[in-house]
Structure formats: structure tokens, C-alpha cells
Design a protein around this ligand. Structure first.
Ligand code: NCD
Length: 360
């Protein structure tokens, strides 16, 4: 039974652990209402989402299927509030909305919104809720999506929020598409249990690393290897979470020795937009944390390479044509898993399952 977020004060809510916050964010059937962090997704829910995404991508192949999907939530509108740069996440959410017939509005530049006139974020978000039925938001601030979810749930027009990236903290829907890509990659070779996933790059400031590390802990016998230069090694909070869940992990700066042990390599870019002093990241030697032809030779023939994108030079373009390079497929998977998540948020997943059962 879900707890109700409108029954708890912000002060109380804030003090809860992520695990204890989760029941307040879910619908009575266990699917997410607000999607704020990766900890909301257990194995069962991940499986349900992947199944729904698989069905949607098949249904979307025909005109009649596309028309069916577009009729699902054609009465709903979504607001994309993106006050931080984005291409893929923004466009894949727009596409996901289009697939389900959800109309969209957007604010991407707060300098031309009323926030510029001094309106508080709380008031802006409440304004959006007057016109829309869902807010998808990306912000540079940790915890803002969470606070807004609480504010909206306590307003006279409560509507769901999906976190599309919150500062350096979490990026739950990126982690969902990463998991979906891994599940599809290993679908015919025994699944995602008992695998080794290697993260490489800026593991300290990359929010995708935190969210995906958490989701991976749902899979039995998962092993994680974090490869980074010392100053960018993964944060203590992630390690504490891994220890608490008894997950095997290794920290190293020796990329070449680690690659042969990996079933999946998750590359990330240096997140220098978070530098506190100008040029701070440029002083770190990142030359040994790049994936090129040499590294391809070290990767298992059945291994896969992922990247949340955008990339800079951490994956050489020559790697793109290797069948183990999954990052372009990973990006398209984002559209399908986000469609599945929006369908669940609006509660139309059973119609889609039914349509699939009758037609395929
Ligand atoms: C990531 C992000 O925004 O955290 N990008 C994305 O959403 N695909 C990764 C990054 O910017 O490096």
C-alpha cells in the first residue's frame, strides 16, 4: 500500500532515507507516480518496464499500432522544464510523449520566463501545473525535483514529476535506459545477473554513474569496477550503498588490466561544467581513460560498450562501427523506455499489454 505524500510535511519528508521516501512516490499498484531517483526501481518494476518498452517498440512498427499508441493518453499534456543543457534527454522525452499522443510545452531558458522577473521556482512549477498533467524537469540543482514533487502534491492540482537529471546527483531515466540496453544486449546470453560492469571516466560528478550503480545492485552477483583518475573516482556515498548491499566492487586507475574482466564498459565524459576553479579538470591526466582500437582488442568478444552521451574524445569514432558499440542503440532505447515510463505514470500499461496480446 503506498503512503501518501500529501500526508507528510516537507521537514519530515526530507529527513527520510531514499528507501523510506520511495513508498510516498509510488501509485497504489507499485508503479511510479513521481519518478525522482533510481532507488524507486526494484527488479520487478525494471522487468515490467522493459517488457512494456519491448511491446511498445513492436506495436509502433505499424500504422495501426502507432495510431493505437497515440490514442492512449491523447487527453494529457506534459511540460518539459529543462533549465540545464540537453539534446538527447529532451528530444527522447518529446518523442516518447508524441508516441503516446501526449502534447508538450517547454521552458528551456529561464531568462525568458517569469523566473527572470523574480518568480520563485515553486510558483513557476505551480503555474505549469495549471496547464499540464505531467512535469518532466532537468535542473542543475540536487533535490529540486524532489522538493517540487512535494510542493505539487500539496497543491490543489497535484501532478507527477519525472526527474530528467538533477545536478550531479541523479538521472533515473538515463539509468533505466542503460539497464534496458544491458538487458537487451545480454538477452540471448544469460541475462544481466552474474555480470561485471566497468565504469570509466568522471565517476565523481557523473549523475548517471550513481543512478546506474544503484539499479545494477538489483541483479544477483553483479560486480562493479570503477576506473578513474584519483580525483574523479566514484563518491563515498555510492561505495557506502554498495557495501550495505554486499556488492563486489573494485576501484582502480588501471583501465587496461580491468577491461578483460568486463562484460560491459560504461564510458563517461569529464564533467568540467562542475569545476569550482577555472581549468581544474584540465589539470587532471585523463589520457589513460579513453576507449579506442587498443582497448577494443582487450574487450571480450561478447562485451558491450555504453556511453550516456554526449561524448568528447573518450571513445574514438573508429570504435563506432564495432558490433560491441551499443551507445547509439542505447540512445534510441531511451525513447522506448521513457515511453513505457510515461505510459505507467498515466496508468495505461494494461491497455498496451492487452493490445499486444491480441495482435502479436
Ligand atoms: C548525461 C547527463 O546529462 O548527465 N547526458 C544525458 O542525459 N544523456 C551525461 C553527460 O552529460 O555527460
Amino acid at each position: 500500500m503506498s503512503k501518501r505524500i500529501f500526508d507528510i510535511s516537507w521537514d519530515q519528508f526530507q529527513t527520510l532515507s531514499l528507501a523510506d521516501k520511495t513508498p510516498f512516490l509510488m501509485q497504489a499498484d507499485g508503479t511510479p507516480y513521481h519518478t525522482l531517483f533510481a532507488q524507486q526501481f526494484g527488479l520487478g518494476l525494471l522487468e515490467q518496464l522493459a517488457l512494456l518498452a519491448n511491446e511498445i517498440r513492436v506495436i509502433a512498427k505499424t500504422r495501426s499500432g502507432t495510431e493505437f499508441l497515440r490514442s492512449q493518453v491523447a487527453h494529457k499534456r506534459a511540460m518539459l522544464y529543462f533549465s540545464q543543457p540537453s539534446s538527447r534527454t529532451f528530444l527522447s522525452f518529446v518523442s516518447a510523449c508524441q508516441i503516446l499522443g501526449v502534447s508538450t510545452g517547454e521552458v528551456r531558458d529561464t531568462s525568458i520566463s517569469s523566473e527572470f522577473k523574480g518568480e520563485s521556482r515553486e510558483d513557476s512549477v505551480r503555474t505549469f501545473s495549471s496547464y499540464f498533467d505531467l512535469i518532466i524537469m532537468r535542473t542543475p540543482e540536487k533535490g529540486l525535483a524532489e522538493h517540487m514533487a512535494w510542493v505539487l502534491s500539496h497543491s490543489e492540482r497535484p501532478i507527477p514529476i519525472i526527474n530528467a537529471g538533477s545536478g550531479q546527483d541523479q538521472h533515473p531515466t538515463q539509468a533505466l535506459l542503460d539497464i534496458y540496453t544491458l538487458l537487451r544486449s545480454f538477452e540471448r546470453s544469460g541475462g544481466l545477473c552474474d555480470r561485471t560492469v566497468l565504469f570509466c571516466g568522471d565517476l565523481l560528478r557523473g549523475r548517471t554513474v550513481r543512478s546506474l550503480s544503484y539499479l545494477l545492485t538489483n541483479y544477483p552477483n553483479i560486480r562493479l569496477i570503477y576506473v578513474a583518475p584519483g580525483p574523479l573516482q566514484v563518491g563515498e556515498d555510492v561505495l557506502t550503498m554498495l557495501k550495505a548491499k554486499n556488492i563486489a566492487y573494485e576501484l582502480t586507475d588501471d583501465f587496461h588490466s580491468a577491461i578483460p574482466k568486463a562484460d560491459a564498459v560504461y564510458m563517461t565524459r569529464i564533467q568540467d561544467e562542475w569545476d569550482t576553479t577555472k581549468g581544474e579538470s584540465a589539470k587532471i591526466d585523463t589520457s589513460r581513460f579513453k576507449f579506442g582500437i587498443e582497448e577494443l582488442k582487450l574487450l571480450s568478444p561478447k562485451g558491450v560498450i555504453l556511453h550516456p552521451l554526449p561524448r568528447r574524445d573518450e571513445i574514438a569514432p573508429e570504435v563506432d562501427s564495432d558490433p560491441r558499440a551499443m551507445y547509439w542503440r542505447q540512445m534510441r532505447n531511451g525513447m522506448w523506455i521513457r515511453t513505457a515510463l510515461i505510459a505507467m505514470t498515466f496508468g495505461c500499461e494494461n491497455h498496451i499489454h492487452e493490445y499486444f496480446r491480441h495482435n502479436y
